[in-house]
Ligand binder design. Structure first.
Ligand code: OSB
Ligand code: MG
Length: 374
């Protein structure tokens, strides 16, 4: 990304957006989405929003919402200038080790401003591809204690047109519950996949192998730093297909896992890899090496979701992205119109014309802060 960016004011919002229902995974339960919004206002009055989509606790990544707020206040804002190049800001952000979701929120806010400048190049220049008119959507489903309830959700999701159903799993989930789901999906040409969120350890590899029956990927089977367990699992169960999530935080992680022969597929989350610039580098690497890649999600509000959608629009071969419509998550979203899905597809142009509603942000704000530059 290139260009000069001015900065007049930064506003930070900690908001709490009520969810429609509770979501349970191997990580925990959640009933609402706490998130930080970064609002970048330049000297011309252009406005850009970015979302920090990490969790409110350190159970998915080391970052958590309230700490992100402190990082931005203490270590990012004091280093920003009234005028600087996009690359200068990336350099400042890269000087901070870790904190990818937080850095990504700042980059997205700045990127949304850059996009409004007439000389700015578009993503198609950086990704060497054209924007697709629509993107296919998959749904990420929590762990259900009740099988009848799960089947109900499965049937509903199929009827809504989702292209993929992704089930959260752990060593405590009995893989046989999916035997009845599998035919329902293949009958309707819907893809099945699993997400273990790193829950399988060395003694669970045999249990992990049960998922090879379903001829699909398991996302993040083992804890993020245990590629040794994956090499062992791969040796024992050659049919195991691995998709990475938590373990990939940078281009270096992608190259390492690819060179180890483990990277069958990548779930790319912009926040997890530290922002748009890093995502572009990773997407180009995946394209050059024929590694299937799709956009993941963190149950973002509309602000983060629009950013995910914008990148997803350049993934020519993704079968499904974790990009459910707003109505799946929230009682009401903070963008208008809300993101809608039609038969498993999201209309890119229409959605990207959505407006971010400051009055809704204010309504759901728990805390806000404002910083003006000279
Ligand atoms: O593992 O992909 C994950 C949400 C929060 C933390 C981790 C994950 C997820 C999802 C959400 O699966 C997918 C979505 O936003 O629809
Ligand atoms: Mg995942």
């Amino acid at each position: 990304m290139e260009g000069i960016i001015t900065l007049k004011r930064i506003e930070l919002y900690l908001i709490d957006l009520p969810q429609k229902s509770t979501f349970k995974s191997g990580i925990g339960e959640r009933k609402s989405k706490k998130t930080i919004l970064v609002k970048w206002i330049d000297k011309e009055g252009r406005v850009g929003y970015g979302e920090c989509s990490c969790r409110p606790d350190p159970f998915y990544s080391a970052e958590f919402i309230k700490a992100s707020l402190i990082l931005i206040q203490k270590f990012i804002i004091p280093r920003l200038q009234p005028s600087q190049s996009y690359k200068d800001v990336i350099h400042i952000l890269n000087g901070i080790r870790g904190w990818n979701f937080t850095k990504s929120a700042v980059e997205s806010a700045m990127y949304q401003v850059l996009k409004q400048q007439s000389k700015a190049k578009g993503l198609s220049d950086y990704l060497n591809s054209d924007m697709k008119p629509s993107v296919p959507v998959g749904i990420s489903l929590g762990i259900y204690d009740d099988q009848a309830e799960m089947l109900d959700v499965v049937n509903k999701s199929i009827d809504e047109g989702y292209k993929r159903l992704k089930f959260k799993i752990s060593p405590y989930v009995n893989s046989s519950v999916f035997e009845s789901v599998y035919p329902l999906l293949s009958e309707r040409n819907v893809q099945l996949s699993f997400d273990a969120n790193g829950s399988f350890r060395g003694s669970d590899l045999e249990k992990l192998s049960h998922y090879t029956h379903f001829e699909t990927h398991v996302e993040q089977p083992t804890p993020p730093d245990r590629f040794d367990l994956l090499l062992e699992a791969r040796r024992r169960y050659p049919k195991l297909k691995i998709c990475f999530d938590e373990e990939v935080e940078s281009i270096g992680d992608v190259v390492k896992l690819h060179q180890l022969g483990l990277l069958d597929e990548l779930n790319l989350k912009i926040g997890r890899v530290g922002g748009i610039t890093s995502s572009i580098e990773i997407l180009n690497y995946c394209k050059n090496h024929d590694i299937p890649c799709w956009m993941g999600g963190m149950f973002e509000t509309g602000v983060g979701r629009l950013q995910n959608l914008e990148l997803a629009a350049y993934l020519a071969n993704a079968k499904a992205n974790d990009l459910s419509p707003s109505s799946r998550y929230f009682v009401e979203d903070i963008i208008s119109p809300a993101i809608e899905m039609d038969n498993g597809l999201i209309d890119v142009r229409k959605s990207l014309e959505s407006n971010i509603l400051q009055e809704k942000i204010d309504y759901y704000t728990l805390q806000s802060h404002e910083y003006s530059l000279p």
